[in-house]
Design a protein around this ligand. Structure first.
Ligand code: PAF
Length: 282
């Protein structure tokens, strides 16, 4: 596995690969890998000739008072996990390379980013789309892979790629869960044992939503109320939002037709977690 830390070197490698007719797959990450990241890499390995994983804790997607400074980092562990998963190039740009002095250009997807996560983290998606656009320009992948845990992020990125004619195929990969159902996240490691137990209510509440959907409930309001009731039993969990929306456009819906996404965010102590499930037949 090659470690590349300059944009100039990454661009010239990508140019050569493209000239040689190789298919480049990119898995963008902020590091501190868990099984979820490794599953994205495993999929990437299958889909292309050259697998590039970027590792950059992107400051522009963290709002004021969020956890940028303390976001977990462990480069040597990440390096060996990536190597073990068959990554060809680990792209680890520095902050000065990505956002040099005088940097002032941002990419913003409008309506889609106003609701759900965007309501609680108003500058978040602008940072995500900016860094992902930059990574696409530097790595020039044919395919890029993202996890469905950040479902709104995935939809926003698909929209950006379409609107800006970026020509990158976007693949979404299902959420991986711990044995007890907690969605895998680099932030889970902040949870105390009691908080971790309380956090299971998020998955339990989504299971409840799924059961209701399976038994024929199609009214989003009634499903959301049932989900909130499951979570609210846990005193330590504070809900930011629970929403059911069209899974492609993230528009609000009056009634669930063929498929929808139920997504939620909640704070367990100080740790903010997100989770979701797709409600669809079959
Ligand atoms: O999902 C993430 O880890 C980040 O938002 C991403 C896509 C790597 C951009 O920094």
């Amino acid at each position: 596995m090659e470690i590349v830390s300059t944009i100039r070197e990454m661009c010239s490698i990508s140019d050569e690969l493209r000239k040689g007719g190789k298919t480049i797959v990119l898995v963008p990450t902020m590091g501190y890998f868990h099984e979820g990241h490794l599953s994205l890499m495993g999929e990437g390995r299958k889909r292309g000739d050259v697998l590039v994983v970027s590792l950059f804790v992107n400051p522009t997607q963290f709002g004021e008072g969020e956890d940028y400074e303390v976001y977990p980092r462990d480069f040597s562990r990440d390096k060996s996990l990536a190597e073990g998963t068959g990554v060809d190039i680990l792209f680890v740009p520095t902050m000065e390379e990505m956002y040099p002095e005088g940097y002032q250009t941002f990419v913003e997807v409008e309506r889609l980013t106003e609701s759900m996560e965007g309501r609680f983290r108003p500058t978040h998606f602008r940072g995500v789309t900016t860094v992902v656009a930059k990574l696409f320009n530097i790595v020039r992948p044919h395919i890029a892979i993202f996890g469905e845990k950040d479902f709104q992020q995935l939809v926003v990125i698909r929209w950006m790629v379409e609107d800006l004619n970026m020509g990158v195929e976007i693949i979404g990969m299902p959420i991986l869960r711990e044995r007890d159902g907690l969605a895998m996240s680099s932030r889970n490691q902040y949870l105390t044992p009691d908080q971790r137990k309380a956090a299971l209510s998020l998955n339990h509440s989504l299971q409840k939503a799924f059961q209701l959907f399976r038994s024929g409930e199609r009214n989003p309001r009634r499903i959301i109320d049932a989900v909130k009731r499951v979570i609210e039993v846990e005193g330590e969990v504070t809900i930011d939002y629970v929403e059911i929306r069209d899974a492609r456009t993230l528009e609000e819906i009056e009634i669930i037709e063929d498929q929808a996404i139920i997504a939620l965010a909640a704070k367990v102590g100080k740790v903010r977690l997100i989770d979701n499930v797709i409600l669809r037949e079959g």
